[in-house]
Design a protein around this ligand. Structure first.
Ligand code: PGA
Length: 247
């Protein structure tokens, strides 16, 4: 049995003091959740967020990390820096980072390896563009992204990874994949993992992401292979996010 995991990707929203307010509002609303609950504020908010989350059932995630240990990498944040703040999860390879910050399957793989080596749980994003979906190559695209992200990992490491399937055309657009389509693609992702890593595929939690909200969460979460959600817009309001968590 895979425990559901619902994570909020705040993207570049909320100052540190706003983050603390949102967390304080959220804590009582999700205190009885059956799922693992995670918030991923911007890097500049992580220290304040960690403090505000103390004693709660909400985990802390970052939105990115560098794959080097330390050194001359201006503007970057290392795994050790995140761990020292109490961060447990890190989103890797979000489509916005692939599109605007030139992340590739190769750098995603390096970041996944670094996160696992250091003891952070990676939330690895994969997903097809609209033209890929319309050309009927969704399965190939997500299979390839998944295999390349996990390249060279041990089976025991793969079991810890969380994958977020996010069709790019559904992110921030209000368009959601149908629950059946999302589930079918997630099955493809799990099958691709099984081809390389065998039974570890059954332990990997695979989230859906892309305009998931209080209205569609229960239908998506009822599907056989959807193990959670990566929530953008709806994670910025405590009430909306808590409704997704308590789907
Ligand atoms: P959205 O974002 O829920 O606003 O579509 C999801 C994401 O990008 O992780």
């Amino acid at each position: 049995m895979r425990k559901p995991i619902i994570a909020g990707n705040w993207k570049m929203n909320k100052t540190a003091s706003e983050a603390v307010s949102l967390i304080n509002e959220l804590k009582p609303l999700v205190a009885d959740a059956d799922a693992d609950v995670v918030v991923c504020p911007p890097a500049a908010d992580l220290a304040a967020a960690a403090q505000a989350l103390k004693g709660s059932n909400i985990g802390l995630g970052a939105q990115n990390l560098d794959y080097h240990d330390s050194g001359a990498f201006t503007g970057e944040v290392s795994a050790d820096m995140l761990l020292d703040l109490g961060v447990q999860y890190v989103i890797i390879g979000h489509s916005e980072r692939r599109e605007y910050y030139a992340e590739t399957d190769e750098t995603v793989n390096l970041k996944v390896k670094k996160a696992l080596e250091k003891g952070l749980i990676p939330i690895v994003c994969v997903g097809e563009k609209l033209e890929e979906r319309e050309s009927g190559v969704t399965a190939e695209v997500v299979r390839k992204q998944t295999k390349l992200a996990l390249l060279g990992l041990a089976e025991s490491e793969v079991a810890k990874v969380v994958i977020a399937y996010e069709p790019i055309w559904a992110i921030g657009t209000g368009k959601t994949a149908t629950a059946d389509d999302a589930n079918d693609t997630i099955k493809e992702i799990r099958a691709a993992i099984r081809e390389v890593f065998g039974g570890a595929a059954d332990e990997v939690r695979i989230q859906y992401g892309g305009s998931m909200n209080p209205k569609n969460a229960s239908e998506l979460m009822a599907m056989s292979d959807i193990d959670g959600g990566l929530i953008g817009g709806a994670s910025l309001k405590a009430e909306d996010f808590s409704k997704v968590v308590n789907y």
